[in-house]
Structures are given as structure tokens and as C-alpha cells.
Design a protein around this ligand. Structure first.
Ligand code: G1P
Length: 278
């Protein structure tokens, strides 16, 4: 999604924020891997000006690959190629103006066409045994309609997010009765915030086309979903795992630490380095 990455400037001035590294790979590498694990076969990136490096990242680079091959560095070569799509599996769309998440999703209407699709907000990096989007796909197989991944908001932070209202809470998958984007403190209908993984029906596109600006003066996906909820079911899935908000300095730092500690090849060295710093 196009955005200016203001919370991670100046790092995001020349590097799109979703290409900032977590350990040794860009954030988007993890998100694409999560999508693949959920069975996604076509990836649509909504990007803004100055984010052409995203397209280059997912393209082959004969110079780097040829050099690694010639030097016999085949493990690094395999690691680089792991992120590459099959030809034709990726589409890139310019959002042209940062008018909000709802507008970004609407920009993909022609490429997605008339079928259900997943939305992933790549700022939100998720660590989970069963990848978060795969958990959404499981929920979709059970309920159909529209699925929104949610999680409890840290105390006092609900107003920063989209918040859902539920028709009672029984287990992790519950029917939604409402949602609101960035509610004024004290007015939140629950403490469950929208985590950044969705499965949506294509009828959302017609709604987004005329969706008025909402919180922050932006065209909000949450408002569009709220309107779609008048005619279609929405379920909130409290997914099992941990979210790291990489659009935030400390969130990005936490992600780096957590993902390094979760890597068998780096865990010991990472733990020693962190202990020494503390
Ligand atoms: C967006 C969504 C919001 C969601 C959040 C998760 O907000 O509009 O509903 O809770 O992402 O990060 P943004 O972070 O773009 O303000």
C-alpha cells in the first residue's frame, strides 16, 4: 500500500518502508511468504511514487545471480531466488495519491476482478505457527463471506486502529456486528483491533468507488467494510500469533529481535548480543 512511512523516516526516504530489513530480508519478503503459505497465487502490490524498488526486488537480477553462481555461493543464490515469483504472478499498481487504504484496495479492482481476495497490510508482520493468512483462509472455509483478522489492542491504544464489534464472543471466530476506524478514546465497541489481514468479497469495490472520506480525511477500508456488512456476513478471527508493527520504530526493532531469536542459525548469537547490550 502506498504510504509515506512517516514513522520510520529518514530510513524510508529512499527505501520503501516495506523494503526495510527485518534481520536480513525485507519486510515484504516475509509477507509474500505468508501469502504463499495460504495458497495465494497472484500478488497485487499497490505502490506509490518512489517505490519502484519493490518491483526490482521481486525481479531476477542477472548480475547478482550470475556472480553468486560463478563464485559457487549457491546457498545465498537459493536464498535470493526463494522470493522470486513465477513469471506473471505479480502485478504492480500505482495508487497515484495517498488517499487511504480503501482507495488503495479500490485501485486493484480491475486486476482482481470478480472473485474473493485477501488484503495484507505489510507494515504488520506476523509471527505465527500457522501463518496468519492461512488461519484466515481456514476461517473462510468454515464461514465464507468476509473474514477480518483481529487481536486485543494494548491498553489505551484502541483509538489508533480499526475496532470491531462482535455479536457475542465464543472462541476465536465470531460474527461481527460493526466496526469503526480510529474511534475516539472511550467509545471503542471492543478492545479488538483489525490486525491487517482480510479476506473480502469483490462487492467491496463498488462500495469503495463512492466511499466518502472518513477518519483522518482518508477513504477508509473499514468504512467500506461496514457498508458491505449490511448485505454480507463478516467474521472476526482472533488469530493465534504475534503482530509486529514495522511501520513504527520500536515495532521494527522488536520485529528484528523476535525474528532473529526465532532463527535457528542466529538465535544463539542474537541472544548473546542482546544480553551484552542489556
Ligand atoms: C489501518 C487500518 C486499521 C487497522 C490498521 C492496522 O490503519 O485502517 O483498521 O487497524 O491499519 O495496522 P493505518 O495503520 O493505516 O492507520
Amino acid at each position: 500500500m502506498a504510504g509515506l512511512g512517516t514513522r520510520v523516516l529518514p530510513g524510508a526516504k529512499t527505501t520503501p518502508k516495506n523494503l526495510l530489513n527485518v534481520v536480513d530480508r525485507p519486510i515484504l519478503s516475509y509477507v509474500v511468504e505468508e501469502a504463499r503459505a495460504a495458497g495465494i497465487e497472484h500478488f497485487v502490490f499497490i505502490v506509490g511514487r518512489g517505490q519502484g524498488a519493490i518491483e526490482d526486488y521481486f525481479d531476477s537480477n542477472p548480475e547478482i545471480e550470475g556472480t553468486l553462481e560463478a563464485k559457487g555461493k549457491l546457498d545465498i543464490l537459493a536464498d535470493i531466488r526463494r522470493d522470486l515469483p513465477q513469471p506473471g504472478q505479480m502485478s504492480f499498481i500505482r495508487q497515484m495519491a495517498p488517499l487511504g487504504l480503501g482507495h488503495a484496495v479500490w485501485c486493484a479492482r480491475d486486476v482482481i476482478g470478480d472473485e474473493p481476495f485477501a488484503v495484507m497490510l505489510p507494515d504488520m508482520l506476523m509471527m505465527a505457527k500457522r501463518p496468519a493468512l492461512a488461519q484466515c483462509v481456514d476461517a473462510y472455509a468454515q464461514k465464507g463471506g468476509n473474514i477480518v483478522a483481529v487481536e486485543p489492542a494494548p491498553k489505551g491504544e484502541a483509538h489508533k486502529y480499526g475496532i470491531v464489534a462482535l455479536d457475542g464472543q465464543d472462541g476465536r471466530l465470531n460474527r461481527m456486528t460493526g466496526m469503526v476506524e480510529k474511534p475516539a478514546p472511550g467509545t471503542e465497541p471492543s478492545n479488538l483491533f483489525i490486525s491487517g489481514r482480510y479476506i473480502l468479497q469483490p462487492e467491496i469495490f463498488n462500495i469503495l468507488e463512492t466511499q466518502e472520506r472518513g477518519a483522518g480525511g482518508e477513504i477508509q477500508l473499514t468504512d467500506g467494510m461496514f457498508n458491505l456488512m449490511k448485505t454480507q456476513a463478516f467474521h472476526a478471527l482472533e488469530y493465534e500469533g504475534t503482530t509486529y508493527d514495522c511501520g513504527d520504530k520500536i515495532g521494527l526493532l522488536r520485529a528484528n529481535v523476535a525474528f532473529a531469536l526465532a532463527r535457528p542459525d542466529l538465535a544463539d548469537a542474537a541472544r548473546a548480543a542482546i544480553r551484552e547490550l542489556l
